[in-house]
Design a protein around this ligand. Structure first.
Ligand SMILES: [Fe+2]
Length: 268
């Protein structure tokens, strides 16, 4: 049993993943193929992002391949989820992180790895979309869970910012089938102003998804990830797609100063 992941192991995982995704394209129309490709591309970008963040955190080669493997497999359940339910909304289908874990176990793809490393991968995947990480986790599981959560969030932010800039590409599935009303959730705004990640159940309209994405800022774990949020101007860009109001201006200022303050603390 292998206690670390080599380049060769990763290549094997990568080819398996590519073939696995390929199998979902069969018999699909152009729309469905586009949706599947969106998640496939997301996965590959997350595997890159997690390594980029990991490098800045001085991880060694073995640790980087472990991180990359978690990135590659974190959303593997998205493909059977869309196949079966035609939605990415977990509440209307099933928890896609648990579906990823179930898929990896069923396919036996991690079976040549040691029990310990397999457990770190599966737990980090299980925890990648949980609202709040449990306390008292094994330090390695805690670390890789935080790492995948950051990398995943950064890419989701990236995808949405690009889609908001090109609304013709925005489809209902991506916006979790939320209605197109003009209100913004006061509850999510309250959470943001209280430095809290908000609750998915507060999302009633499409705009709330933008607020929800903004609230993720409080669940970013590592300075290199926050630095990317600042450099890529995600906060300013998302707010520019919300109806202007003094309240939202306050939200923007609040978030930007939170990021600056956190980054400042990290350099102390
Ligand atoms: Fe996910």
């Amino acid at each position: 049993m292998k206690d670390s992941i080599s380049f060769k192991d990763f290549l094997y995982f990568y080819h398996w993943f590519k073939n696995f995704v390929q199998s979902f394209y069969k018999g699909k129309d152009e729309h469905d193929k586009w949706v599947i490709k969106l998640k496939y591309d997301h996965t590959l970008r997350v595997s890159k992002e997690i390594v980029d963040i990991g490098r800045e955190l001085n991880l060694n080669t073995e640790q980087l391949f472990l991180a990359k493997t978690i990135g590659l497999f974190h959303d593997v359940g998205r493909f059977p989820q869309y196949e079966k339910y035609h939605t990415f909304r977990d509440a209307k289908s099933e928890n896609h992180a648990l579906l990823s874990v179930k898929t990896l176990i069923e396919k036996g793809i991690l079976d040549k790895l040691s029990k310990n490393i397999k457990n770190v991968i599966l737990k980090a995947i299980e925890y990648h979309n949980i609202r709040i990480l449990p306390i008292g986790l094994d330090p390695e599981i805690d670390f890789y869970s935080r790492l995948i959560r950051d990398a995943d969030k950064l890419d989701v932010l990236n995808v949405f910012v690009e889609l908001y800039d090109n609304p013709s590409k925005l489809i209902s599935t991506i916006e979790l089938d939320l209605p197109d009303c003009n209100e913004v959730s006061e509850k999510i705004i309250e959470d943001i102003l209280a430095n809290q990640i908000s609750n998915l159940t507060y999302m009633k309209c499409k705009h709330d998804m933008k607020l929800m994405l903004l609230s993720w800022t409080f669940d970013i774990n590592f300075a290199p990830s926050l630095k990317r949020i600042k450099e890529r101007r995600y906060i300013e860009k998302i707010i520019s797609h919300l109806p202007p109001s003094p309240k939202l201006e306050e939200v923007k200022k609040h978030l930007l100063s939170y990021v600056d303050l956190k980054l400042l603390k990290d350099t102390e």
